[in-house]
Design a protein around this ligand. Sequence first.
Ligand SMILES: [Zn+2]
Length: 411
Amino acid sequence: MSEGATLCQTCGDVAVTEFLPLGEQPACLFLENEAQAANEQAWPLSLGFCPRCSLVQIMEPVSERILFSGDYHHLAGLTGGYRLHLRGLADELAELHESRPGAGRRHFAVEIGSNDGSLLDELAARGFEVLGVDPNGEVTPAGSRVVKEYFSAQTAARMLETEGPADVVLALNTFAHITNMHDFLDGVRSLMGDDGMFVSESHYLPDLLETLQYDFAYHEHARYYSLTALQAAFELHGLEVFRIDRIPTHGGSVRVYAGFKGAHEVHGSVAALREEEDRLGLTGEAVYQKFAARVQEHRDRLRGLLDELTSDGSRVAAASSPARAVTLLNYCSLGPAEIDFISEISPRKIGKLSPGTHIPIVHQERLCGPGQPEYALLLSWHIAEELISRLREEGFTGKFIVPLPEPEVIG
Ligand SMILES: [Zn+2]
């Protein structure tokens, strides 16, 4: 192993093979003004994979205490579709819990990264005792309690003492972000009762590879999970995946159920997905090299398309500013020279500048009202259809540019 090599976050003693350098990337924090923009920090972002356990990870994780400091705009305001998603999950957990032996037993659910508490309240409404753990969490609308800390093995030990074991530990779009995965899993393990479940949702690596979602790579995402890689990580902590469901969230995710080895009957979905992954060749380097080559080509094609469209004086603006846009814009070097502005409806983003590229963020009226640009680049391309109909309703009459998986002009 060469000195200074990046070691696998799961294995600890295996050097990671770099396959996709994405240049210098800032944190996904919007900037208040030019002065803040001038002092903005950026760090190299690059993806690598572990030849032993196949985990895909960022090469140099930046501390979450730096990344999540200040106002983390992306966490605010869940969409209606996502609320329905949480309701569905709460129904499923309630049903699973009902079917367990021990009638009348306590239902205790802990959610790590409970955000605005939407899921906690849904679970409480279904008879669960609930507790959130989130340094930025607030007491929820329905009054669910939140421990305002980063989750760690230490936090878990203290919670176990005061609250007792949890039947369900939840982590939605959190488990791939935590820098110290082993401490996190130790905590989950110690907090969970003997037949407890750890239910997590994360972006799914094969979906990322298939639809070229390199824009989903950013500093806040330390790891990109396949079932293969998750199984290797859980194994080290005496846990196993007993069920896995593919879900459409964020352009392709998985809901993963894990428990102590042998505590739950293993569902057929686990072997089925593992077989599919074996067919994709996720344990070899070739699939990642091919992905990296496609990403580079994509950058050239997208830049070429924008040059071509604006050669007659047409203007391009971007619609909405999701976290995933930060990587795409920075990697493709798209700034105010290429994109006039980014339109938004969130008052928390309007008036600010985009991270790294410093494109002004303005109210959606400028995209949809008089003097509007000829093209709208859809940065939330994974929900393009929904966005197109919404922007048409608001009065945008130009054409749409869908950047991924292939740059394409619509309308
Ligand atoms: Zn590994």
